[in-house]
Design a protein around this ligand. Structure first.
Ligand code: ADP
Length: 221
């Protein structure tokens, strides 16, 4: 489903990815682990088309996203990829339901339909009593669950998560694992997760270990 071919990326003189190749199957839950500075986030951002590589390609469901122009790429990304970051990145001035509806509104869904869908997702995630709250009124765990709802609103094929449990305490971390595993069971979506969290890595289908811009271990091989 996703084919990463010979990706190189440098920031100034620092080579962060050194010809990385990887293929990811539909429905796989893959974690990317390794020390700080190994290039994990950069690889995730290139797969998610948030960053462009210097060379190499990313083929996503048959489409070479590294060749798409910015305007088409933004629409492709909004339709096909859902993002969860370490810090929820909900917009403080919007209510929870508006935050979750936002990617659907950007994709052209009518407001009523987008809000209705957002409410359903938030209800499913136990946040039905928080629909008109602002992010600042929620706990860290609630905010992160809302961020997962936002990632799902356009029914993307892939969820990309960067340290999704990094800002949570152990109770909320356990809840987020459960949410991811339930979603994976229920939806068959592909998950690509950068994490320092051993529990999450050990429960995934496949662990990619990176060091110094290279993949040094792939548990699928
Ligand atoms: P990891 O996620 O494994 O910690 P990153 O991909 O975040 O690694 O970063 C790899 C290296 O690239 C780090 O040394 C980081 O400082 C550098 N880096 C990442 N993004 C940028 C950027 N936008 N500009 C300059 N350097 C960057």
């Amino acid at each position: 489903m996703i084919q990463v071919n010979d990706i190189c990326k440098s920031f100034d003189k620092l080579q962060v990815l050194k010809s990385v190749s990887l293929s990811i199957a539909d429905g796989e839950m893959l974690t990317i682990v390794g020390p700080s500075g190994a290039g994990k986030t950069t690889l995730l951002q290139i797969i998610g088309s948030l960053e462009r590589p210097d060379s190499g390609s990313v083929i996503f469901d048959g489409e070479d996203i590294t060749r798409l122009k910015d305007s088409r790429l933004a629409a492709f990304r909004n339709r096909n990829m859902g993002f969860v970051f370490q810090f929820h990145q909900l917009l403080p001035e919007f209510t929870l339901e508006e935050n979750v509806a936002l990617p659907a509104l950007i994709g052209g869904t009518a407001r009523g339909e987008a809000i209705a869908h957002a409410r359903k997702l938030l209800n499913d995630f136990g946040l039905g009593s928080r629909l008109d709250h602002r992010p600042a009124q929620l706990s860290g765990g609630e905010r992160q669950r809302a961020a997962v709802a936002r990632a799902l609103i356009n029914d993307p094929k892939v969820i990309l998560a960067d340290e999704p449990t990094g800002s949570l305490d152990s109770h909320n971390r356990a809840e987020l694992y459960r949410l991811f595993f339930d979603l994976r069971q229920a939806t068959g979506k592909t998950f690509i997760i950068v994490t320092h969290d051993d529990t999450l890595a050990l429960s995934s289908d496949r662990v990619i270990r990176m060091n110094d811009g290279n993949i040094i271990e792939d548990s699928a091989r």
